[in-house]
Ligand binder design. Structure first.
Ligand code: NAD
Length: 500
């Protein structure tokens, strides 16, 4: 693996624009080895955002009038190019973001699947016809693109999330300015290069690097940006809502989660252990859908905990670039400290630490940000570790007496992203589907593993009602037009009583 430091510029109007000398920069480093600098990037602000919006506005003129099936053909070629680059992107992702290789390949695969799906949308009718209440009159709907849209993305799915947003946006005929997370800029830089190598016209996707409070803020405020598609924390999401609300600008929010698996006493415990380990410790717990609570009926609590703890202790921790690693580093030291502070809170609140709980700092671990897979038991639903998003490899086990209490506990957080139930009962399954307050519901599977053809998003503070992925993604990026065509040759008046 090459470790040379690349100096990258923004990608605007089809070319890389080097940062002028003297401009502030920031670096992206390998979370498993902070001495490994992946790249140096410009700390952009209003000026660079304005330049990108200008390029996008120009590209929009041509792209929005390009027939949708032709736009779809470009997306199909993007799928092919991403397939060719799948391994190189996965390797880069392991280095820049710390996701283990097998999961990094999955992250890229999501983008490939999304490109194929959206390519097909190019040949599907996006509107509908309706009967008119009058004779010789035709009524239909069409979707129109918005113009220039801004996408702001987090670091935890550094190829998948930019693809969910930008592929839906560009399929609908928009042009995009993407402000990627400051922890994973190199992946965004490669992403746009690959898209353009597949034939995406210059300016349809522009990437501007920088900090949230500088480049991100400038994107939110730019008057020619018609909508903001944001994925990230609740705190920043609330700010996005405020800024966009003041401008009456459309915004979609995909925010945090406090996801849970409910285990009933008739569950297959081997299946639960596999699911909980994958859900809680995959991507080192840094998925918005990560399993952070395990709500267990008391009868099966002891045997389940015994197996779970044994498995968690066997997980191999290490650099994600090593194919043998099962749990990689967490994204950076700030996040590591945040996770450790939650572990301290859990202890103070009286939860029992069953395994883990420490940062790994000896030997090679010293160079990176590593935390042991951690399991707390005796957690109560109102403890902070059961209510707040930790975004790390920490699982809180909450014992319950019966099904009704399990549902109540599952629904007791401010979030509503992903809930799961393990049971053999058809009755309990359908009751849970009905009563879970969440955008994603899993049965006998963990809280992670969404597929791109279904809507993705959550209830309560997880979002503001939009759904990404699938055909519902177009709701974020299009405006409905209702069209009436009167071919009667005379004035016909809807809703007006006809005179006798
Ligand atoms: P974050 O909110 O810190 O940052 C997200 C993005 O917002 C980054 O690009 C950042 O630079 C930008 N940003 C920060 N301040 C800004 C500002 N003032 N104006 C404009 N942009 C600004 O989140 P993060 O730490 O990168 O990601 C983790 C969070 O994302 C977690 O809460 C996780 O649950 C959430 N997430 C949600 C989903 C979902 O679909 N629901 C998916 C992945 C991650």
């Amino acid at each position: 693996m090459a470790t040379a430091t690349a100096v990258k510029g923004n990608h605007i109007g089809g070319r890389e624009v080097s940062a002028p000398s003297g401009m502030s920069t920031f670096t992206s480093v390998n979370p498993a080895n902070h001495a490994d600098v992946v790249g140096v990037f410009p700390r952009s602000s209003e000026e660079e955002i304005a330049e990108a919006v200008k390029a996008a506005t120009k590209a929009f003129q041509t792209w929005s009038t390009t027939p949708a099936p032709v736009r779809g053909d470009v997306l199909l070629r993007i799928a092919e190019r991403l397939t060719e680059e799948k391994e190189s992107l996965a390797q880069l992702m392991s280095r820049e973001m710390g996701k283990v290789l097998v999961e990094a390949r999955g992250d890229v695969q999501e983008a490939i699947d999304m490109a194929k799906y959206m390519a097909g949308e190019g040949r599907r009718a996006l509107g509908a016809t309706y009967p008119s209440e009058l004779r010789n009159k035709w009524a239909m709907t069409v979707r129109a693109p918005l113009g220039v849209v801004g996408c702001i993305t987090p670091w935890n799915f550094p190829i998948a999330i930019p693809s969910w947003k930008s592929f839906a946006a560009i399929m609908a005929g928009n042009a995009v300015v993407l402000k990627p997370a400051e922890d994973t800029p190199m992946l965004a830089a490669r992403f746009v290069e690959i898209l353009e190598s597949a034939g995406l016209p210059p300016g349809v996707l522009n990437v501007v690097h920088g900090l949230g409070e500088e480049a991100g803020e400038a994107l939110l405020h730019h008057p020619d940006v018609k909508a903001i598609s944001f994925t990230g924390s609740v705190e920043v999401g609330r700010h996005v809502a405020k800024v966009c609300g003041e401008q009456l600008k459309r915004f979609s929010l995909e925010l945090g989660g406090k996801n849970a698996i409910v285990v009933l006493d008739d569950a297959d415990l081997d299946l639960v252990v596999d699911g909980a380990i994958w859900g809680a410790f995959g991507t080192s717990g840094q998925r918005c859908t990560a399993t952070s609570r395990l709500i267990v009926q008391r009868k099966v609590l002891a045997p389940l905990l015994e197996r779970l703890v044994a498995r968690a202790r066997k997980l191999r921790i290490g650099p994600a670039t090593d194919p043998a690693t099962e749990v990689g580093a967490v994204i950076n030291d700030t996040q590591k400290d945040r996770i450790l502070s939650y572990i301290a809170i859990g202890k103070e609140e009286g939860a029992t630490l069953l395994t883990g709980g420490n940062a790994l700092t000896e030997g090679a671990f010293h160079a990176g940000s590593f935390i042991e897979p951690t399991i707390f038991s005796d957690v109560r639903k109102d403890m902070r570790i059961a209510q707040e998003e930790i975004f790390g490899p920490v699982l809180s086990v909450i014992p319950v007496d019966d099904f009704d209490e399990a549902i109540e506990v599952a629904n007791s957080t401010p979030y509503g992203l992903s809930l799961s139930i393990y049971t053999a009962s058809v009755h309990a399954t359908f009751q849970a589907i009905e009563r879970f307050d969440a955008g994603l519901v899993y049965v006998n599977a963990p809280t992670i593993g969404a597929e791109i053809q279904l809507p993705f998003g959550g209830t309560k503070q997880t979002g503001n009602g939009f759904r990404e992925a699938g055909a519902t993604a177009f709701d974020e990026f299009t405006e409905w037009k209702s069209v009436y065509i009167d071919y009667s040759g005379q004035l016909q008046r809807a809703q007006i009583d006809t005179e006798a």
